[in-house]
Write a protein that binds this ligand. Structure first.
Ligand SMILES: Cc1cc2nc3c(=O)[nH]c(=O)nc-3n(C[C@H](O)[C@H](O)[C@H](O)COP(=O)(O)OP(=O)(O)OC[C@H]3O[C@@H](n4cnc5c(N)ncnc54)[C@H](O)[C@@H]3O)c2cc1C
Length: 426
């Protein structure tokens, strides 16, 4: 009997250092690379769950993946709709004997996996989105330390290293006999302000996709930017103040493991300092927000998060809408919210400030804020988004319990000449 595999890409849209895809290529006689477009239902009035910035960046990433697969005599089948129904239909049509997909442990994605399992043919899932393998951790994930600093210290004390990246597949098994045509209807955005954005994804160099992700990493290293990262990372605007790895990481166009591997090589060649360490440190935050999902699961998505107290929220939709539109009357917040809506990107510092303002100054539901970010951020990542919102709301694992930012103080410290505000308010 022939091994006929469906490889369903999720947030691992790459061929290099994709161990699960490599395994599929080795074990299959016939291989169908598939991408099922996620559900895009409305989340707020007429707001789509995946806003136009995310749609565009995803389209670019899929185009590159398709080209890469074609260069290896394969292709990418794209479908739209309910993932269970689509995979069921296709597997019946091609007589699939196995389905392989990336493991994602957030509640919605786990439900998807369970529904795919009910199709009745073997399903294999692979965890491959963290920098450190869960199996390398010096503790069982169910017992991982709640507090980031304790987690980090254990990783450092045990000298946990990231694994070497896996290779590109040398060749791909043939496709099944199936029609691959897919018509995409993304309307590329016109509202993006090129001259101001910190992540100009409509420019060639910043397109979504594996080729650009790898090129961006090399460019970042060639410019020796890792040596100054820690000093600049809290700035509010510009291309080079932070790494800008996150949009590509979020779709898996590049792996966190490979970034860590290249930063290590950079350190060996050009020297390590506090800044090069700090890139690793921030990527470890990314891992941490992933790993706490293994421990707390769905609880991270409830109104009270991990808190045992009832978190009283008096959500005000009018205030929420003003926040979304950048019309709160607080200039720093309005600048940030306009930047997010016009470009799909916001610096980490501004994300913290606007999230704190929504929760503590406007008294709104933090989960609504998280949904708005989900719709807008081109680097939307379910684990990092949920984890950071919970952290600021004081409902996660922060030992200090909540982070309220004073906008006047933040303004003085990070935008003393009001340059950032003027960029977005004029
Ligand atoms: C409310 C809120 C929501 C957020 N939502 C997301 C999200 O949906 N997707 C996302 O990738 N990041 C999210 N972040 C984290 C952070 O703001 C972004 O990762 C960062 O701004 C991306 O830009 P960069 O790649 O230049 O980051 P850099 O500063 O260059 O950091 C390097 C990498 O480290 C990781 N990283 C840095 N800071 C964090 C952090 N606080 N949490 C987790 N990982 C981090 C990212 O992968 C990033 O690419 C959120 C932060 C806040 C406060």
């Amino acid at each position: 009997m022939k091994n006929i595999t469906i490889y369903c890409f999720r947030n691992d849209l790459r061929l290099f250092d994709n161990a699960a895809f490599l395994k599929a290529t080795i074990e299959s006689d016939i291989l169908l690379p598939l991408f099922c477009h996620p559900n895009n239902q409305l989340i707020h009035n007429d707001i789509q769950r995946i806003g136009i910035h995310r749609q565009t960046f995803l389209r670019q990433a899929l185009n590159q993946l398709k080209d890469n697969l074609k260069s290896l005599n394969s292709d990418l089948l794209e479908v739209n709709g309910n993932i269970y129904e689509e995979i069921k239909k296709i597997s019946e049509k091609i007589g699939a004997t196995k389905i392989i997909l990336e493991k994602i442990i957030s509640p919605e994605e786990l439900d998807q996996e369970n529904s795919i399992r009910s199709i009745g043919i073997p399903v294999e899932t692979f965890w491959q989105s963290s920098m450190i393998e869960p199996t390398e951790l010096p503790f069982n994930l169910k017992n991982m330390p709640d507090i980031f600093t304790d987690f980090r210290k254990l990783i450092e004390a045990n000298k946990i290293l990231t694994k070497t990246p896996t290779l590109l597949p040398a060749e791909l098994p043939p496709l099944p006999d199936i029609n691959i045509e897919f018509v995409s209807n993304v309307n590329f955005p016109t509202s993006i302000k090129y001259e101001c954005t910190s992540f100009p994804y409509l420019e060639n160099q910043f397109y979504g996709g594996e080729k650009n992700a790898l090129a961006h990493l090399e460019n970042y290293l060639i410019k020796k930017l890792p040596h100054t990262y820690k000093e600049t990372r809290n700035q509010l605007y510009g291309i080079n103040f932070s790494t800008k790895f996150s949009p590509w990481l979020s779709l898996g166009s590049i792996s966190a493991r490979y970034i860590a591997f290249r930063i290590k090589e950079f350190e060996n060649q050009h020297g390590a300092n506090e800044s090069t360490y700090w890139i690793w440190f921030e990527l470890l935050w990314r891992d941490y927000f992933r790993f706490i999902h293994f421990k707390f699961g769905k609880k991270l998505y409830s109104k009270n998060g991990l808190s045992n107290n009832n978190n009283l929220i008096n959500h005000n939709n009018e205030n929420f809408n003003k926040w979304v539109q950048g019309e709160t009357g607080n200039d720093l917040i309005d600048a940030g919210m306009k930047e997010l809506r016009f470009t799909g990107y916001l610096s980490n510092r501004m994300r913290q400030i606007v999230a704190s303002y929504l929760i503590y100054d406007l008294g709104c539901d933090w989960r609504k804020g998280a949904l708005w970010f989900e719709s807008q951020l081109i680097d939307y990542d379910v684990y990092s988004n949920q984890g950071n919102w919970l952290y600021i709301a004081g409902l996660g694992t922060d030992p200090r319990g909540g982070r309220k930012f004073n906008t006047k103080k933040q303004n003085l410290e990070y935008d003393p000449n009001n340059t950032y505000k003027k960029m977005w308010l004029n």
